[in-house]
Design a protein around this ligand. Structure first.
Ligand code: NOJ
Length: 579
């Protein structure tokens, strides 16, 4: 069985292969050369609505649940919330299969609840970023129902159809399909339709101007309500060569290379920018960033008038069950920073709803090191150049649940792949081991509010099992503990907000070949900070060549930070340097 192959295909591992970064751009260090924007200065907190807080006891988080926690969200100091999709959906893929883009999913509440929530956020100066899922819709969307009803239906061209009399369409890989086949035969009209994701997520045909304008109108509907930004789900796959040529043998599954950044993608984004983004004060962030730095720049450089911010996967993909190389981690972040030093803007991200938990993947979730390694990762995320995306629960150091039984998993692609492995006689034991570490359900277990039944998440039966460690890893306990992960995040957010150098300052990696420590400086307008991060569970040495005798320690995850160049396990220190 090819477990590693599955790892590749589990989409959020949409691996970016960098081909080149030819020119080293000139660095920006002075205030006047900086193009300041709120979305560059913001810390974004991502909420998976299904798992945040249930207000009505049905076991599923909802909008009123989020509303009831707005003061908590505000207390983090963050500026914006990215909400995963909240539109009407039959929930094949937890809302990433939209059946009505202008309505709220029943499980989550009503449009009135949404309006109240948005107002509650704005009253607290929190901005809202909506998730826009328009590479595909649900097969239960009215457009698709019409489209499949007959070959001459006016909605037929809203989707990609291949008439069966032409023979079988050239193979396309599906990320979520049990058989990995992206063409589904529909006997009603004797034709195949395309679905890069599940059979219930047919791909929309972006070549059809009617589709594009329906989407722009829908985005305007939300922009007029006052939302502050859009995250474009899987959009690099929206543009396709609709002649569907055969892909070279052996490469037909190379998803990012062959399926992303197709013809006209930039035309669509420029049009979307003209029709929507340019008319409202909204930010836009891509999911994925193409294949190369050039691709990423083409998506987000300001003079292109497309999107604002790239959201690349190369770093997120580094963590593997067997661990990862710290040198590789440093190299990836350093080269992205260098490629975007003078133009374009990046997201800084290590975790989201498509990944297992931050501390379990990039830190150390043992009882000895969970707390300290989680704080170290928080220090990293909040001290890099780029907009930090911080995933709910990571502020507590929430860990992988690591379910043992397949029945405990709810994630559709995981269950489909299990079935696939079963069908082909694969090694199910190995697959179970793999998902225990990697499955995205690990990152979706309900928020741990307190030590009461169901972690204070719901009075009903939670849709996904709660991690039993909620008894001691929870908001209520951490709010009371001055040294908790939660309070550390708050301090780190505050530090970033009070020091522009951490947002816009030049990044320089030092002690580059140190295989254990990520050390770097940030500099802006004569202000300089030094950040030291030990990624190991042992004491390690760092050689910065910087005299820290006059430096001021701004924050550290140990009560007594080290001073002798030997960092304690997972130690993180941020210094302000003085000449
Ligand atoms: C990317 C989203 O992040 C993921 O959760 C979803 O399953 C796919 N796109 C399909 O929409």
């Amino acid at each position: 069985m090819k477990v590693n192959t599955q790892l590749l295909f589990l989409l959020f591992s949409m691996v970016l292969l960098f081909v080149s970064c030819k020119t080293k751009p000139k660095e920006q260090t002075t205030d006047s050369s900086i193009d300041k924007k709120w979305w560059k200065e913001a810390v974004v907190y991502q909420i998976y609505p299904r798992s945040f807080k249930d207000s009505d006891g049905d076991g599923v988080g909802d909008l009123n649940g989020i509303l009831s926690k707005l003061d908590y969200i505000k207390s983090l100091g963050i500026d914006a919330v990215w909400l995963n999709p909240i539109y009407s959906s039959p929930n094949d893929d937890n809302g990433y299969d939209v059946s009505d883009y202008r309505n709220i999913m029943k499980d989550f509440g009503t449009m009135q609840d949404f309006d109240v929530l948005l107002k509650g956020m704005h009253d607290r100066n929190i901005k809202l970023v909506m998730d826009i899922v328009v590479n595909h819709s649900s097969d239960e969307h009215e457009w698709f129902k019409q489209s499949r009803s007959s070959r001459d239906n006016p909605y037929r061209n809203y989707y990609h159809w291949w008439n069966a009399e032409k023979g079988k369409p050239p193979y396309r890989y599906s990320l979520f399909d049990v058989n990995h086949d992206a063409w589904k035969y529909d006997s009603l009209t004797n034709a195949y339709y395309l679905h890069y994701f599940s059979q219930k997520q047919p791909d929309l045909n972006w070549e059809n101007p009617k589709v594009r304008h329906e989407i722009y109108d829908m985005m305007i509907f939300w922009a007029k309500k006052g939302v502050d930004g859009f995250r474009l789900d899987a959009f690099q796959f929206a543009a396709k060569d609709t002649l569907f040529p055969a892909f070279p043998k052996g490469f037909e599954k190379d998803f990012v290379k062959y399926y992303a950044m197709g013809p006209h993608l930039h035309d669509y984004l420029k049009e979307m920018n003209r029709e929507v983004f340019s008319k409202f004060d909204v930010m836009s962030v891509a999911e994925g960033a193409g294949n190369t730095f050039e691709d990423a720049h083409a998506l987000v450089d300001a003079d292109r008038n497309e999107l604002n911010m790239a959201y690349a996967f190369e770093a997120i993909d580094i963590a593997k069950p067997e661990g990862y190389s710290v040198l590789h981690f440093k190299e990836v972040f350093s080269k992205w920073d260098s490629a975007f030093a003078s133009k374009g803007w990046l997201s800084i991200v290590l975790a989201n709803h498509d990944q297992a938990r931050l501390v379990s993947r990039f830190g150390n979730d043992s009882s000895e090191f969970r707390d300290v390694s989680s704080k170290m990762l928080t220090t990293f995320l909040l001290s890099m150049r780029g907009t930090p995306y911080y995933y709910y629960g990571d502020e507590l150091g929430m860990t992988n649940a690591g379910f043992e039984k397949i029945e405990d998993y709810k994630d559709m692609p995981t269950l489909n792949e299990y079935q696939h492995q079963k069908n082909i006689g694969g090694d199910l034991k190995k697959y179970m081991e793999f998902i225990k570490f990697s499955c995205r359900d690990n990152g979706r277990t309900p928020m741990q509010w307190d030590s009461s039944i169901n972690a204070g998440f719901t009075s009903g039966t939670p849709w996904l099992k709660i991690n039993p460690n909620y008894k001691y890893i929870n908001v209520s306990a951490q709010e009371k503990d001055e040294n908790s992960c939660l309070n550390y995040l708050k301090k780190m957010v505050k530090l970033r907000k009070e020091n522009e150098v951490l947002v816009y300052g030049k990044f320089t990696s030092i002690d580059k070949n140190n295989p254990d420590v990520f050390a770097y400086t940030r500099e802006l307008n004569g202000k300089k900070m030094l950040i030291l991060l030990n990624f190991r569970s042992q004491p390690v040495t760092v050689k910065t060549g910087i005299d820290i005798s006059k430096a001021k320690t701004l924050i550290s995850n140990y009560k007594t930070p080290s001073v002798n160049g030997i960092l304690q396990p997972y130690e993180a220190i941020v210094y302000e340097l003085y000449n």
